[in-house]
Design a protein around this ligand. Sequence first.
Ligand code: CUA
Length: 176
Amino acid sequence: MSEQHEQQHIHIDEYERLWLIGITIMLGVFFATLLAGAAIFGVRPTGQGGFVNPQQLDQTMFAEPGLRHMGGNRYEAVVLAQTWFFQPNVMTVPEGAEVTFYVTSRDVIHGFLIEHHNVNFEVIPGHIAEARTTFNEPGEYKMICSQYCGRAHQNMFASIIVEPAEDAAVAQVEGD
Ligand code: CUA
């Protein structure tokens, strides 16, 4: 094979070369954006709350799903998803409560969506998904499985009840 022949074989058209350079630059920008997102804004896939063995949930925080008051207006909600319900089924918080949710699945992939709040993610067995939102408006909000998970998927939801601040204060005094 002569050198002449090889050069012809790898000859790339000038326009094609420009396209390749352009595409390479675009890919570079794309990956740089992803890396910047991860580094600067903490954008991470679900599982960001950590990992958990779905077979040994009774040795984790998911042994006792529920709401914990962390002081002030801060709450933590540990939620376990499984076919086809959430534990706990109902949670009540006062108006203005800032709730951090930790969610995992015991079995298949579920979804986790809170009506009228910017929370919607996949719940994957083995992963702890984490999200925080504030409940500023009293009312009842459904916590809904937003990912098809089988026969009774459409029945899979729970409730978050947000009590007006005055009612919550009264309830707290009565509870003391
Ligand atoms: Cu769980 Cu759909």
